[in-house]
Design a protein around this ligand. Structure first.
Ligand SMILES: Cc1ncc(COP(=O)(O)O)c(C=O)c1O
Length: 437
């Protein structure tokens, strides 16, 4: 469906993470979407190669989600989550805790990945305070993305996301990122993770392990262009955390809910965190929602530390566990189960990786990385970092392919409902757009 765009009507909206001037001169609007396809405002089809922003594995406009939200909105459009609630939020917490690793059963609802990260930091502080520990340092990583709220910006290892914002949370130290450049265009996990993970050990030696509250990582660093954890990396972080009473937080906002072919990346790599953050696919992207799931001891320590009848954790959002978001979450998790979508993702992964790695031979491609249904295609272009990536993202769109770029890396993350022909279409469109350069 095409629709007319009155350019003056675009001016009032200050768009996020967008070159507003460029966009308003040459807008890219979606008029409707269904399954793996979207229609742009000129009326042509665009295949969604990044599941929106890695959030819609079951496809756009899934009828069962629409119906569930509609039914919910007929009976309850809002309940205060402070001191009252509604049954869908409890049902969804039950369902999420069935999917998370054993022992992580307490779910705190928020409205986004950024809120999930900031909430995880506050839970960490509340936990250490409850058990009488004075830990004030957080360990993050270069090239990390943990959202855009002040906690997440403080943890950010992506330079552009923090350089304009000089006042951030103190006490954050950064491990090295895991891309060494030694292994290019290699599928799956690179080698030598233990050595990189020992950065955390060095902080333990430098600052004292008893001062470190938590170490937070994305199991697969997503927004920086898909950096797969090297072999032994996550395991070694877990060991160091265990030896020093440091909480390990996995930010699973992208990797959660099947992207690795398992419930969470934690299952794929067989490393259990103490706290996990999630969002995006929790509602198939249909409603804003995130969550933080914590180990039982963390919940118990914080709640047991408060006086009877007193609030235990002074934190929450007006829209935490919103009825419409809970309905969307319940419907999405049901679809994933009924349609076997995590298994489908796992089955499709080898084909997807073969196809996307076939781009390695293109002269403009510097590196391809990938695991599960997620890959980074890094371009080799002789201009300012990010300039070509931005242009390529636009050119791909007008060639009928949506891929999210960060800097000069395209992040390809197909929907789990994709068939092989959709993967072919994504890769063909990627290649023939590059051929025009
Ligand atoms: C790992 C990670 N954490 C946090 C976020 C922030 O999520 P949101 O944009 O929903 O705030 C993202 C978003 O891509 C993410 O990838």
């Amino acid at each position: 469906m095409a629709y007319n765009v009155n350019r003056n009507s675009l001016e009032n909206h200050w768009m996020p993470f967008t070159d507003n001037r460029g966009f308003k001169a040459n807008p890219r609007l979606i008029s409707q979407a269904s399954g793996v396809y979207m229609d742009n405002h000129m009326g042509s089809k665009v295949i969604d190669g990044s599941s929106g922003l890695f959030c819609c594995p079951a496809g756009h406009c899934h009828p069962k989600i629409i119906e569930a939200v509609h039914e919910q909105m007929k009976i309850n459009t809002y309940t205060s989550p402070f001191g009252t609630s509604h049954q869908e939020s409890f049902k969804l917490a039950d369902r999420v805790s069935e999917l998370t690793p054993e022992g992580l059963n307490h779910v705190f609802f928020v409205n986004s990945g950024s809120e999930a990260v900031d909430t995880a930091l506050k839970i960490t502080m509340a936990y250490h305070s409850a058990i009488g520990e004075n830990r004030h340092r957080f360990v993050s990583r270069e090239r990390a993305y943990h959202g855009v709220n002040m906690g997440g910006v403080s943890l950010s290892g992506m330079v552009n996301n923090r350089k304009t914002f000089p006042i951030v949370m103190p006490g954050v130290v950064m491990m090295r990122h895991t891309w060494t450049g030694e292994e290019l265009c290699v599928k799956g996990q690179p080698k030598n993770g233990r050595e990189l993970a020992n950065d955390l050990h060095r902080f333990v030696q430098t600052y004292g392990g008893q001062t470190i509250a938590a170490c937070i990582v994305e199991p697969v660093a997503g927004s920086t262009g898909t950096l797969v954890p090297p072999i032994g990396y996550l395991e070694r972080l877990r060991e160091i955390c265990d030896d020093n009473g440091i909480l390990l937080i996995f930010d699973e906002v992208i990797t959660g809910f099947g992207r690795m072919g398992t419930n969470f990346a934690s299952d794929k790599f067989n490393v259990k965190p103490d706290i996990m953050t999630m969002a995006k696919a929790l509602t198939n992207g249909s409603m804003p929602m995130g969550a933080v799931c914590v180990r039982d001891e963390i919940y118990e320590a914080v709640t047991d530390n408060a006086n009877e009848n007193a609030i235990e954790f002074f934190h929450g959002y007006t829209y935490s566990g919103h009825p419409a978001a809970c309905a969307a979450g319940l419907a999405s998790l049901k679809i994933y189960e009924e349609e076997g979508l995590f298994e489908k993702a796992n089955d499709l992964s080898p084909y997807f990786l073969d196809c996307i790695f076939s781009l390695s031979d293109h002269k403009l491609v510097k590196d391809v990385r990938g695991i599960g249904l997620m890959a980074g295609v890094e371009m080799h272009m002789d201009e300012n970092p990010g300039k070509c990536g931005g242009k390529l993202q636009k050119d791909l769109f007008w060639n009928g392919l949506h891929v999210k770029f960060t800097g000069d890396s395209g992040i390809v993350a197909p929907m789990f409902i994709s068939e092989k022909k959709h993967i072919d279409e994504i890769v063909d469109k990627f290649r023939n757009t590059l051929d025009k350069y």
